[in-house]
Design a protein around this ligand. Sequence first.
Ligand SMILES: [Zn+2]
Length: 276
Amino acid sequence: MLRALLSSALALAWLAQPGSAAELPIFDAHIHYSHDAWENLPPAAAIDVLRKAGVKRALVSSSGDDGTQRLAAAAPDLILPSLRPYRTRADVSTWVRDATVVGFLEDRLSRHRYVALGEFHVFGADADLPVMRRAVELARQHRLVLHAHGDAEAVERLFRQDPEARILWAHSGFTDPASVRAMLAKHSNLWCDLAFRSDPGSGGKVAPEWRALFIEFPDRFMVGTDTYTPERWLYVGEHAKWARGWLADLPAPLAERIAWKNGEALFASAITARQQ
Ligand SMILES: [Zn+2]
């Protein structure tokens, strides 16, 4: 009995240690607050979900952009707004061939401040279509990170359009560690989110190939929930807890970088500008 008490007291003491993996703040690089989430989860409640999960900062993009604006107004310290080129979810598959998207982006950019453009979906040669090209130009003009959900070919094409672009590769391209490694080695302005995948880390363990990648590129990865449907909002707290679980399998400084410091660093100048 005494031993059990003692070990649980020790466990509690460990949990309470400042900077322990259990308390890692989270920079959630992949949050959407799209039109079908607004009614059941009003902005104040959504902010509450994020804060309770220990999310220190969230990169938010929404279909349509009003969702992002509402969250940013409710918690400007927490929300980093990203401009998604989708007015509704239906734009996901058509936007890159829809010239009216350009006017939408220009209008929003003239009225609001953003730190990123995306998350948008683009694959292969579609990355060189005029709407995508214009989006890259707008991102350059407004110093926005491109949050791109696409394959390596699309990312390559985006970098060819603007070699100075900063690209956050959504879901690390849903590709294998060797392919992610090749892209990171080639492009120093490429970062990767680990949203909606459990192969890098899960169940308190980091996969060996991913561990090697995290050690080789400690500054380039960040976590994210991906609330692409309203139900996913129920998972934000669980995701943060789950991420802390596998991050604890890494050396503490590396875990801190992936949990939040890399996100803070990528958006540092935008965060400073927003605080002024
Ligand atoms: Zn997404």
